[in-house]
Design a protein around this ligand. Structure first.
Ligand SMILES: Nc1ncnc2c1ncn2[C@@H]1O[C@H](COP(=O)(O)OP(=O)(O)OP(=O)(O)O)[C@@H](O)[C@H]1O
Ligand SMILES: [Mg+2]
Length: 280
């Protein structure tokens, strides 16, 4: 199967090891894309699928840390392909497995896009049902390359409820719409803060933003995730909630999100095979 994407000036080829790719994105930095990507990937795996996790953040990769991959772990290379690092049952690939901490920061746009393309296509993905791509913040070259050059089966947009994040989320949504990538839904992260001492809920970043943007674009609000100390400690400690506490409220929210996304993906089997597009 090969899917043709509008331009006649591009060559494409199939990524043999992957059935469908979804991107977790947002216009704004620090809203929780990586946290959502990691936990969503784990929740999808808990539904019995084979899942890959690609950290597309070339400048600030975080999945090595979040997935508890020991610093300094390097992927093996066989047949000129990088073998994914298996962490918590997921096939993972990240620039942090390959480059030293300082190298990526000096890359300019085209180099970074090239590096991302290499990570994607030169990893020996092993019969992955869904590859979850943790996108870098923003809507610049790298994001556009990814949105355009990989036939994404869908995108999940992460936002926090405050106006400035919503404004940036809108830019992210518009970018995917422009290149005709289906929107799987919006995740409102850091919705309300739940005090660990007294259980009091406080909407630190405001209320209803996720609902509003989902309604504006006619897409689903997949989840409202609380701003919770446990999420940060577990995610940044290499044991995301889905691993640390699979029955927690947070894990169940991700479970429901995963099932909804799988339903959308399974109903859209023609979303396309995974292909890389090579500019002439
Ligand atoms: N719901 C939450 N509750 C508490 N902490 C959270 C929550 N979501 C994310 N965090 C924490 O916020 C920080 C930023 O999250 P994360 O790295 O996932 O954001 P990001 O959007 O991927 O950032 P970047 O744009 O830099 O890639 C992390 O320390 C993470 O653990
Ligand atoms: Mg991130």
């Amino acid at each position: 199967m090969e899917q043709i994407i509008n331009s006649s000036t591009v060559k494409k080829f199939i990524l043999p090891g992957v059935k469908q790719v979804i991107a977790v994105a947002s216009g704004k930095g620090g809203v929780g894309k990586s946290t959502v990507a990691a936990n969503l990937a784990l929740a999808l795996a808990a539904e019995g699928r084979r899942i890959g996790l690609l950290d597309a953040d070339i400048y600030g990769p975080s999945q090595g840390l979040m997935m508890g991959v020991p610093a300094g772990t390097k992927p093996e290379v066989s047949n000129d392909l990088l073998q994914p690092i298996i962490a918590h049952g997921l096939q993972c690939m990240s620039m942090s497995f390959i480059a030293s901490d300082r190298t990526p920061a000096v890359w300019r746009g085209p180099m970074a896009s090239g590096a991302l393309q290499q990570l994607l296509t030169q990893t020996d993905w092993q019969a992955v049902d869904v590859l979850v791509v943790d996108m870098p913040p923003g809507t610049g070259d790298i994001q556009l390359t990814m949105a355009q050059n990989v036939p994404l089966a869908g995108a999940v947009i992460v936002t926090t409820p405050q106006d400035i994040a919503l404004l940036d989320a809108r830019k992210g949504i518009e970018m995917f719409r422009k290149v005709e990538v289906p929107l799987l839904g919006v995740v409102e992260n850091m919705s309300t803060h739940v005090c660990r001492e007294c259980g009091h809920h406080e909407a630190i970043f405001g209320e209803g933003g996720g609902d509003a943007i989902a309604a504006e674009y006619g897409v689903r609000l997949l989840a409202r995730l609380p701003l919770a100390m446990d999420i940060r400690l577990q995610a940044d400690g290499g044991q995301p909630p889905l691993v640390a506490d699979p029955n927690s409220d947070t894990s169940q929210l991700f479970g429901a999100m995963a099932r909804e996304i799988l339903m959308a993906l399974d109903n859209n089997v023609d979303a396309g095979p995974v292909i890389q597009i090579m500019e002439d």
